[in-house]
Design a protein around this ligand. Structure first.
Ligand code: FE2
Ligand code: FE2
Length: 186
């Protein structure tokens, strides 16, 4: 784990590494509350933005070489594929095989249906880490240690309206994640 941390620190920008450390602190606190393994949290969080170490062209190239297809939304916005690349690098460079860790990395940007507690924690910690300042973040912060699913619903709703208000591309998986959580509740 120490070696992984050093490598990530070396490859990411100072700001991005500091963000990663804040996500880790937040995620570990949540993991304690929800009984999720700290080692899994550490691996997933350390590598969640590792794919951002590569620029757009390299990301395309690496995913192509790995035989990992891009969907339409990622094709147009390659930045959204950094989770896919991160998961691939996690297995390739660090030998991580645990599917839960890989999925937490892969889906941290837009979520998906039927997320595990680890996936939700990484998604939410990335969203609410102390460096985040935007309207609505406090609401999710206060929910995050009380109810994972409610926090997910609010975070997803907020990101969907943020993205659509700015006419930015919305990944369909975020809508599916939201519909799934709401359906489960009813
Ligand atoms: Fe990310
Ligand atoms: Fe992040």
């Amino acid at each position: 784990m120490e070696k992984m941390k050093k490598t990530v620190e070396h490859k990411l920008s100072k700001e991005r590494f500091a963000h990663t450390m804040r996500v880790l602190e937040t995620a570990l606190e949540m993991g304690e509350k929800y009984g999720v393994d700290a080692g899994k949290i550490e691996a997933a969080v350390l590598l969640h933005d590792y794919g951002k170490a590569y620029g757009p062209d390299q990301t395309r190239e690496k995913l192509k070489d790995a035989g990992i297809p891009l969907d339409e939304v990622m094709e147009e916005n390659i930045d959204l594929a950094h989770g896919l690349l991160g998961a691939w690098l996690a297995s390739r460079e660090f030998g991580i095989e645990d599917p839960d860790i890989l999925n937490a990395i892969r889906y941290h940007t837009f979520g998906r249906e039927a997320m595990s507690p680890l996936e939700k924690i990484v998604f939410l910690a990335d969203y609410i880490e102390p460096g985040r300042q935007f309207e609505g973040v406090e609401r999710v912060r206060s929910l995050a240690l009380r109810n994972l699913d409610e926090a997910m619903v609010v975070a997803l709703e907020q990101s969907v309206s943020y993205v659509t208000a700015r006419h930015r591309p919305l990944h369909p998986l975020s809508l599916k994640a939201l519909a799934y959580l709401k359906g489960e509740k009813n």
